[in-house]
Design a protein around this ligand. Structure first.
Ligand code: ADP
Ligand code: MG
Length: 401
């Protein structure tokens, strides 16, 4: 839990927890009507205080979901125990009303709903018990059962409302934080990539220049010259890759933006990748519902699609199709690349775009980084829906022109 690992927050957490523990302990000894008896009730109370204190103190070092659940359950049992075994202390009813608020502190929505549900069930049982036992010990509830019940319901609604607002705000902040982190990562990698690519291009040019000279030199045999031509070809390919890479890493002013027909580009890209897909018997099925135009750089747009479709093919099982669809949604062109392959976990999806992140033996781990850069350049968004073993849907939205 990030909120508590922060040093200052951790300090505040411990101060609050120690105060809570002190209050719980004083409840055990100061003016406690069961203190003298030292019976089962008192021992149960003592044990609950002990367990709850330990859990609360352990939490910052070991903030697992299991521990959170344990804290909520133990706290519920604790407060209901107080209510049942100290009926003369009527204020414990207030704690019962606000029990689910405890889980709001842990920013765990599942836990909150669980706690709300648990509290609802428990209070119904408690009210049933009071009615059945004629409310002897709880005159303050029995005298206005309905009113008390409504108050309880109202308190749950208030707690829910607080949770709803807090949770919404925190989620927004979290998304914002992730976006900042992501663009920061892209910026650094972009600069790094540009520097590396630039450094590689210079020696390549020198080597290519000499090979071009040797290619024309009559002192080399025919076979040797053939080898030189091959080498030059390979160097040209390498140069091209680097240029593309540089164009993405370093926003190039020469990059012309034009009106691009999405349908045409998609068709040319899927034709290009058709034979690649056939290697594993993966058909690429294209479905463009409307004519869509975007303003973009065609080469970059192709690069984006090639990377995504290639990944989809590489993730697919033998014989499965890869679907590519495009259509309009208000002012956006939406393109989806859908595969039914290996899929990714949430953690894997979060890693996408990190340079050199690849799970493939021969992967470069640069494709997604390039895609993110291009989409950002087009003022678009890219989203992934993926589940392990079921496949992945990549959705790109680019403003239509
Ligand atoms: P590379 O393809 O060279 O590995 P990428 O940046 O294109 O690098 O992709 C990074 C990683 O993201 C891949 O290695 C793969 O594990 C994962 N990935 C990307 N697209 C998909 C997909 N459609 N299905 C499953 N995994 C994917
Ligand atoms: Mg790839």
């Amino acid at each position: 839990m990030k909120e508590i690992t922060n040093n200052l927050n951790e300090k505040i957490y411990y101060i609050v927890v120690w105060i809570v523990i002190a209050i719980m302990i004083s409840g055990l000894f100061i003016d406690n009507p069961r203190f003298g008896e030292f019976g089962v009730v008192y021992i149960a109370h003592l044990i609950l205080v002990f367990i709850l204190s330990i859990c609360l103190l352990l939490y910052p070092k070991n903030g697992t979901a299991v521990l959170r659940l344990t804290i909520i359950i133990v706290a519920s049992v604790y407060f209901y125990t107080l209510f049942l075994f100290y009926p003369e202390t009527s204020s414990t009813f207030v704690f019962l009303c606000f029990l689910p608020a405890l889980s709001i502190l842990y920013f765990d929505s599942k836990l909150f709903y669980f706690s709300l549900f648990l509290n609802g069930i428990s209070i119904i049982i408690i009210f049933g018990y009071i009615v059945l036992t004629d409310g002897l010990q709880y005159p303050f509830i029995e005298e206005d059962l309905i009113g008390n019940f409504f108050n309880f319901v109202a308190s749950q609604i208030i707690v829910y409302f607080i949770f709803y607002l807090t949770n919404g705000r925190i989620k927004k902040l979290q998304i914002y934080y992730e976006q900042i982190q992501h663009s920061e990562r892209l910026k650094t990698t972009g600069q790094l990539a540009a520097a590396v690519a630039h450094e590689i291009r210079n020696p390549l040019t020198v080597v290519k220049g000499f090979l071009q000279v040797y290619e024309k030199d009559s002192s080399f045999s025919h076979i040797q010259k053939g080898h030189f031509t091959l080498m030059i070809d390979e160097l040209n390919t390498a140069e091209e890759v680097i240029s593309q890479f540089l164009s993405v890493a370093k926003p190039d002013k020469e990059n012309v933006t034009e009106n691009v027909d999405v349908k045409l580009v998609l068709r040319s890209v899927t034709d290009l990748l058709h034979s690649y897909g056939l290697l594993h018997d993966n058909r690429i099925e294209l479905n463009v519902t409307e004519d869509c135009m975007i303003s973009a750089n065609t080469i970059e747009f192709k690069q984006l699609l090639i990377n995504l479709i290639k990944n989809a093919i590489e993730a697919s099982h033998f014989g499965d199709p890869v679907f590519v669809t495009a259509g309009r949604e208000k002012d956006f062109v939406v393109i989806q690349v859908i595969d039914y392959g290996r899929g990714m976990s949430e953690a894997e999806v979060a890693f996408l775009g990190t340079p050199f992140y690849s799970l493939k033996s021969k992967g470069t781990g640069l494709g997604m980084m390039i895609c993110f850069n291009i989409v950002e350049k087009f003022n678009g968004t890219i989203d992934f829906q993926s589940s392990i073993g079921r496949g992945t849907t990549v959705m790109i939205r680019i403003p239509a022109s």
